[in-house]
Design a protein around this ligand. Structure first.
Ligand code: GDP
Ligand code: IMO
Ligand code: MG
Length: 433
């Protein structure tokens, strides 16, 4: 099974980092293909906790080649800080490859991201303020700066001047901010150019060659299905394709080569930032999920909005991504709750929707229709086989599996690397269970 895509199925923070880490030593290359340092993946290995933003989580597994592919937007200072931070903790980062076609996040786009949000006021998206949206907009407007531009100073200067000609008008005239100097931008972009030069390459070529050799490549999505710019809850989304198809365009690997798509689904739902969220709980139950699940953003520290599981979304993610397997995370967080409502359909002003409404306003008005399952009280963090789970927990998993239509191959029962139940091998066709 050489090419595997791993995606989030909800609004992010499902535990993709941990799922990637699980595959760890069995993969040869791990590829980040979308987004930038808006992502935040926490991986717990023994008593060590790592927070990754720009580097794919697989970098923590020795011998795995991490790749930042063309679809990523790179904040160079963040990249260097993250590399230095990992090296200081003894993680080898020397194998990192960076696409010459990836775009860089220039300082003016960080400023624009923040001032645009402030300007939008109540209509803000609640972005991470990292300059992600403006940088993808520049890419589509064909005024972006790519990694390869860092190695031709006169071209880089021309591009920065062209971009600033426009951006400074915006900053000065619309947003009432100070303008930004060309030299300031050049200084920041060139500061780290030489350091990353040895890593810069044609990553699409290298990945296709690796697949030709029969090596295993894991494409690790940042963000998630409902934050995807095409398939998410637009406009409350990020600015890249976080669904499985994004791996092909974001890494230059054709769809015919993808063998497997793993979706990470949290046993309940969370969302950071603004936008519709039908099962959101604004009461003590939501507070409890936030406390027990430690639902605070890895990137911005913001409290995550919490709610019950929603299998309409689960079915949608199964379909849009073509999921072959699901990693169900954080089942342990539900321990101790008497009843576990699961949203199976929506009521939109009296009409029942079994699938995601295509119309944005309908989704904003969607009220969850719940089926209630029984909870359990036993501590499940020590369970390593499906049969060891209390019957009610087994029942919860089997219902999610039936309702989402994707087989649940792995179940997370704690944040640690070994706190999992494996029902089916994610890389093989054999059934462990
Ligand atoms: P990502 O962005 O999808 O990689 O997810 P985050 O790292 O932002 O958030 C997931 C959080 O849940 C992290 O703190 C993980 O350590 C933690 N986590 C992952 N799986 C489990 C699990 O099965 N149980 C518990 N209790 N925590 C988990
Ligand atoms: P991981 O990879 C959760 C959300 C932001 C905001 C919207 C747009 O850790 O799952 P952006 O800065 O991307 O323009 O913000 O998307 N968002 C995430 N929410 N997890 C993430 O990443 C996210 N990346 C972006 O909160 O609502
Ligand atoms: Mg996260």
């Amino acid at each position: 099974m050489p090419a595997i895509v791993l995606v989030g199925t909800q609004w992010g923070d499902e535990g993709k980092g941990k799922a990637t880490d699980l595959l760890g030593s069995r993969i040869d290359h791990v590829v980040k293909f979308n987004g930038g340092n808006n992502a935040g993946h926490t991986v717990v290995i023994g008593d060590q906790k790592y927070a990754l933003h720009l580097l794919p989580s697989g970098i923590l597994s020795p011998g795995v080649t991490p790749v930042i592919a063309n679809g990523v937007v790179i904040d160079l200072s963040v990249l260097i800080d993250e590399l230095d931070g990992l090296e200081a903790r003894g993680v080898d980062t020397s194998l990192l490859r960076v696409s010459a076609n990836a775009h860089v996040i220039p300082p003016y786009n960080r400023v624009l991201d923040k001032v645009t949000e402030r300007f939008l006021g109540k209509r803000r998206i609640g972005t991470t303020g990292r300059g992600i949206g403006p940088t993808y907009a520049d890419k589509m407007n064909r005024v972006g700066i790519r990694v390869q531009d860092l190695y031709d100073e006169s071209i880089l200067r021309q591009k920065v001047e062209a971009a600033l000609g426009f951006k400074n008008q915006l900053l000065l005239k619309i947003y009432n901010r100070r303008d930004i100097e060309v030299e300031e931008v050049m200084g920041e972009l060139l500061r780290h150019a030489e350091r990353i030069r040895p890593m810069v390459t044609d990553t699409a070529l290298e990945l296709n060659e690796a697949l030709d050799r029969g090596e295993t490549v894991l494409f690790e999505a940042g963000q998630a299905t409902l934050l995807d710019v095409d398939h998410g809850t637009y406009p409350f989304v990020t600015s890249s394709n976080a669904t499985a198809g994004g791996a092909c365009t974001g890494a230059g690997v054709p769809p015919t080569r993808i063998d497997r798509v793993i979706g990470v689904f949290k046993a309940y739902t969370t969302r950071v930032g603004e936008g519709p969220f039908p099962t959101e709980l604004e009461d003590e139950a939501g507070e409890l999920l936030r406390e027990v699940g430690a639902e605070f953003g890895t990137t911005t520290g913001r409290p995550r909005r919490c709610g019950w599981a929603d299998v309409v979304i689960g079915r949608y993610a199964t379909r849009v991504n073509g999921l072959t397997d699901v990693v169900l995370t954080k089942l342990d967080v539900l321990t101790g709750l008497d009843k576990l409502p699961v949203c199976v359909a929506y009521d939109v002003q009296g009409e029942r929707f079994d699938e995601m409404p295509v119309n944005q306003s309908d989704f904003h008005h969607a009220r969850p229709i719940y089926e209630e399952l029984d909870g359990w009280t036993e501590d499940i963090s020590g369970c390593r086989r499906f049969e060891e789970l209390p019957e009610a927990a087994q029942n919860y998993v089997l219902h999610l599996e039936k309702w989402t239509g994707a087989r649940i191959s792995v179940i997370g029962v704690g944040p640690g690397r070994d706190e999992v139940i494996v029902r089916h091998d994610l890389l093989g066709s054999d059934d462990v269970h």
